[in-house]
Design a protein around this ligand. Structure first.
Ligand SMILES: [Zn+2]
Length: 489
């Protein structure tokens, strides 16, 4: 079924390591590449001559938001305030929302998505997981479904009841009703993860344990997560030290450092990935590297939510591996994974940087380490025999129309110019997912219309909530500005 072949004028078989092969036909069987043949005649004539193939990109951290957050008022600002608006998410169908997101990502050359699900209503999680997995299968991308786990500090970095009490009296009921929900004990959460895995796991779908962040979880829940991961081999994915306020909160409670606290709880292992890691210290990086743990870097999101620039040079120096995520917050709100690579590359390879993000390290992050964060597998990163047939096909002719042939390496063209506009094709596990820039498995235009209609229907509700959100953001701003998050709860 998932057998096929593809002829291209240029093949970046191992991106970041050397020049392109010219005129190649790739063949695969059961989703695995079995032969590469030099085929100058077929691959350098006709339309195939203008095509360039490389391994499909991996989005190592995302939230599957087809509905862009600006649409319902969650504009870019400090994460702690932005989140109050984000959590007021309009009621939309989880299948449609994630199918739109996955389809846009596929069009941008992403073959694998780590989807951190956002919901606090645990009763609905199994149904939502089934819907999200169906969306991924319909679109054709590989999915890591990260089950959200949390049992405290939902509104901010303080006790929820005390946080509610800080809000105007007239808003408290609505805040309790919309933003808070009773949390199950750790054992029930673990059973829920197993049930979701039983329902949706398969050859292209895995399920991960997803403490929302160490701040939003009790030590009991984090310990249960570590034990479950050790017992079952299931991966753990959590937001980690994303913002200055999170670092401050953590330092106030864990003088030896949050990362070493997580290590003491048994969480750090090769199965552990933290998202963001903007505020990791060099010491944190060394400890994580020693445990084989990884980070998903989300550059655009870190800029948009005013979080900062991740210390990627420290990651590299420590030998800590990292992937690249779009975090549903791409540079131009266009889910462009190539642009996300570009801004990450530029920001971390400035002149004078003693440990720059070289093209080889950049592609290792975007491909091999991202794939490991998503699937736990270490067999990704090149288009060579026995590797997964996950392939993105770019219109090299359009990218390089003015470039004198032979003057620059194709890698430079891809790093400088590739965007989602150049993605002509995508194959995942050998299945053709995108052809001529269009997703084959779903009707994206139809889904986008459906999603927009659902958003419009929720507009009166959202407008009614808007003043409550604004007052809540003012309350939160005062809370953080006066350092209340540093005091004992
Ligand atoms: Zn995130």
């Amino acid at each position: 079924m998932s057998s096929g072949e593809l002829s291209v004028g240029r093949l970046m078989a191992t991106p970041g390591a050397g020049a392109c092969d010219r005129g190649v036909t790739l063949r695969w069987r059961d989703g695995v590449i079995d032969a590469l043949t030099a085929d100058p005649r077929r691959a350098t004539a006709g339309a195939a001559a203008d095509l360039l193939a490389l391994p499909a990109l991996v989005n190592a951290h995302d939230h599957g938001r087809g509905l862009r957050q600006l649409a319902y008022g969650a504009h870019d600002q400090q994460l702690e305030l932005w989140r109050a608006a984000l959590y007021a998410h309009p009621p939309v169908d989880p299948y449609v929302n994630t199918a739109v997101a996955f389809a846009r990502l596929a069009q941008s050359g992403v073959g694998t998505v780590v989807h951190v699900h956002s919901s606090i209503v645990t009763e609905r999680l199994v149904d939502e997981a089934v819907a999200v997995a169906r969306a991924a299968r319909d679109v054709g991308v590989r999915l890591a479904f990260v089950v959200p786990l949390r049992d405290c500090r939902t509104l901010g970095y303080g006790d929820d009841a005390a946080m509610v009490a800080r809000h105007p009296a007239a808003d408290r009921d609505i805040i309790r009703e919309r933003w808070l929900h009773p949390f199950p004990p750790p054992a029930d959460y673990m059973a829920l993860v197993r049930e979701i895995a039983r329902r949706i796991e398969g050859p292209t779908v895995t399920v991960q344990l997803g403490p929302n962040s160490p701040i939003a979880c009790s030590d009991a829940l984090l310990e249960a997560t570590a034990a479950e991961s050790a017992d079952t081999g299931r991966r753990v994915h959590t937001h980690l030290l994303e913002t200055r306020a999170q670092r401050e909160w953590s330092d106030a409670r864990h003088p030896a450092g949050l990362v070493s606290h997580l290590d003491a709880l048994g969480l750090l292992s090769p199965r552990f990935a933290g998202a963001h890691g903007v505020w990791l210290s060099p010491e944190d990086c060394r400890l994580m590297a020693a445990r084989g743990a990884t980070i998903a870097v989300n550059t655009s999101s870190n800029l948009r939510l005013r979080s900062g620039i991740a210390p990627v040079a420290d990651y590299i120096r420590a030998g800590m591996r990292f992937g690249i995520g779009v975090d549903s917050a791409s540079f131009d709100e266009d889910d462009d994974a190539f642009k996300e690579m570009r801004v990450t590359h530029w920001l971390h390879s400035l002149t004078g940087n003693a440990s720059p993000l070289t093209p080889a390290l950049l592609f290792e992050a975007a491909l091999a380490t991202g794939f490991e964060i998503a699937t736990g597998r270490r067999d990704y990163g090149s288009l060579t025999p026995e590797k997964p047939a996950d392939i993105v096909v770019l219109d090299y002719g359009a990218m390089a129309s003015d470039v004198i042939d032979g003057m620059v390496d194709e890698t430079e063209v891809v790093l400088t110019r590739a965007t989602r506009r150049h993605v002509r094709g995508l194959f995942v596990d050998g299945r053709e997912v995108v052809r001529d820039g269009r997703v084959l498995g779903v009707d994206l235009d139809d889904l986008e219309r459906d999603l927009l209609a659902q958003l419009r229907a929720a507009a009166p509700l959202m407008r009614a909530l808007q003043p409550v959100i604004a007052r809540s953001q003012a309350t939160l701003r005062a809370f953080y500005e006066t350092g209340e998050h540093l005091k004992d709860e």
